[in-house]
Design a protein around this ligand. Structure first.
Ligand SMILES: C[S@@+](CC[C@H](N)C(=O)[O-])C[C@H]1O[C@@H](n2cnc3c(N)ncnc32)[C@H](O)[C@@H]1O
Length: 296
């Protein structure tokens, strides 16, 4: 299945951005060091803390002074277990749709945000299963926990913690899901090893994420807005799949994908026309849903 998502502006609505040289200069000043994991985590926590307290977001870009865009469109429509208050529009797929969650399963949602995918998973595990969300942004944990309380679910809980060092026992989880999160994690090999550690033998993961099909030019790779927007922390597709295999997973495969077309108006906020052209020529971005199994 291959579809296209066109990102023309906030929440997929076309916008006209008046581009001045000062706006590009400002964006250039707002750079991150892609090798500084702690700086990146701080940025991500701030941006998603803001998204949680605003009550709603319209995509991965979460600061009102910076471009915002949504990778999800209307994909959640008709999903059983969907809870509107838990959906801040921050995902890039619907991993639960392909996660083969069974009644009684223990499901772990990495970067659970306000809880949208955890609640859809709870609809599938039923009362006899358990759903655990982990997120390192305290405001997200608070919001998700409030949502679980309102829904009266006593088998859905949210833990504050870092995916690079999960607060979860070894071999205790049947299914891992995650939605538009792993691109934000600076040390992906650590995250993937943690995923392998906590899965039971025979367990599997289904994660939706953003990958790069070619190279991101430096100004885009170093943009704080694009990092928080799930773009500049994204790995190249084959590297991502290879890191999962190296973590020990078998049968790693892409089961759904969409091409993501971010409009020039957004990219030109942080890069020159020439840099944007290089990005386009290198292959651009995709949203992918990936599965893999722990066989031993
Ligand atoms: C783009 S949002 C997606 C939220 C949710 N999955 C959804 O679809 O609505 C990314 C979430 O991942 C969390 N996150 C990012 N890096 C993390 C890390 N290293 N450990 C734990 N949570 C992390 C953020 O706090 C944020 O809530």
């Amino acid at each position: 299945m291959h579809e296209e998502i066109n990102i023309a502006g906030c929440c997929n609505q076309a916008t006209t951005v008046e581009r001045t040289s000062s706006s590009v200069d400002e964006a250039r000043e707002n750079r991150i060091d892609p090798t500084d994991g702690e700086q990146i985590k701080q940025l991500v926590k701030e941006r998603y803390g803001h998204a949680a307290t605003q009550g709603t977001g319209c995509g991965c870009g979460t600061d009102s002074n910076e471009p915002e865009f949504s990778f999800v469109g209307t994909e959640y429509e008709g999903q059983e277990g969907y809870v509107a208050e838990a959906d801040l529009g921050l995902g890039c797929g619907v991993p639960t749709e392909l996660a083969d969650i069974k009644p009684g399963d223990t499901v772990l949602d990495l970067g659970s945000g306000a809880g949208i995918d955890a609640f859809i998973a709870r609809n599938e595990t039923g009362e006899e299963g358990e759903v655990i969300g982990v997120d390192f942004t305290p405001e997200m944990i608070q919001k998700a926990t409030e949502n679980a309380t309102k829904l009266g679910f006593d088998n859905v809980r949210f833990l504050e913690g870092d995916i690079e060092n999960l607060p979860i026992d070894d071999e205790s989880v049947d299914v891992i899901i995650s939605n538009c999160v792993l691109n934000l994690v600076p040390h992906k090999q650590k995250a993937f090893s943690q995923m392998y550690r906590v899965l039971k033998t025979g367990g599997h993961f289904t994660v939706s994420d953003i990958v790069v099909e070619g190279d991101l030019p430096d100004p885009l790779r170093e943009s704080a807005a694009l990092y928080a927007g799930c773009v500049s922390g994204a790995s190249e597709r084959e590297d991502y799949l290879q890191l999962l295999r190296e973590a020990g997973f078998d049968e790693v495969s892409v089961v759904r994908e969409h091409t993501i077309n971010i409009a020039d108006e957004i990219l030109l906020e942080m890069a020159t026309e020439q840099e944007v052209a290089v990005f386009r020529e290198s292959g651009g971005l995709s949203s992918v849903t990936v599965t893999g199994f722990r066989r031993d």
